[in-house]
Design a protein around this ligand. Structure first.
Ligand code: NAG
Ligand code: NAG
Length: 182
């Protein structure tokens, strides 16, 4: 579905390799990359960068994409603190945690069966830690609590609005997450 859609889209820029996958979002050409059977569009912004006057504010949607978006390399992750495991936990809990953590890569290596239908996987970056989840009276009064959840909601709206450009169906969205509150 995705490939047949892309076949009709013009490749507008001479710099783009003839076989580079592209998608049109509003007036913008988004350039992706293909690796074997997987076509990826990395780092498409769903909101204005939350810096300067937009830091600690509700996410501001992008009103209209323009120009060229180079989506060939993964975006930078939002800043986060990864707490180290506490060494004072009882041994059996530590062992459970380590077993759990080391199991994660194995689950992604499950082979796909031949009759699997293709899916579109959308992964969102959202603000974390003090950039997203400050507490207190002032934060509440300013209406800027839980910014990370506001980011997630805006990303879900983005999917609803734009996924058809990638060959997706906005009515068939399944959410999955690990420890993100979705
Ligand atoms: C392409 O995909 C393979 C796994 O299928 C991965 O090992 C490799 O790093 C990917 N290459 C790039 C450039 O992302
Ligand atoms: C996209 O950005 C990457 C990394 O900066 C660069 O290597 C690549 O040439 C760019 N592609 C296009 C089409 O501009």
């Amino acid at each position: 579905m995705l490939l047949s859609l892309l076949a009709y889209l013009p490749v507008a820029f001479a710099l783009v390799r003839a076989d580079a996958p592209t998608v049109i979002l509003d007036k913008a050409t988004v350039i992706g990359t293909t690796n074997d059977s997987v076509t990826s569009f990395f780092g498409i912004p769903y909101a204005e960068p939350p810096v300067n006057n937009l830091r600690l504010r509700l996410p501001k949607p992008i009103t209209a994409y323009q120009g060229t978006i180079n989506a060939t390399v993964p975006a930078v992750q939002c800043i986060q603190l990864v707490p180290p495991l506490r060494s004072d936990l009882p041994t059996e809990i530590l062992e459970d945690l380590i077993a759990y953590i080391t199991e994660i890569p194995a689950t992604t290596a499950t082979p796909q069966s031949e009759d699997c239908k293709p899916i579109i996987f959308v992964n969102m970056n959202y603000r974390l830690g003090p950039f997203a989840f400050l507490g207190g009276k002032e934060i509440k009064e300013a209406g800027v609590g839980n910014l990370g959840l506001h980011d997630q909601r805006l990303a879900l709206k983005w999917i609803h609005q734009h996924i058809s450009a990638f060959g997706g169906d906005p009515k068939k969205v399944v959410r999955a997450s690990s420890r993100t509150g979705l």
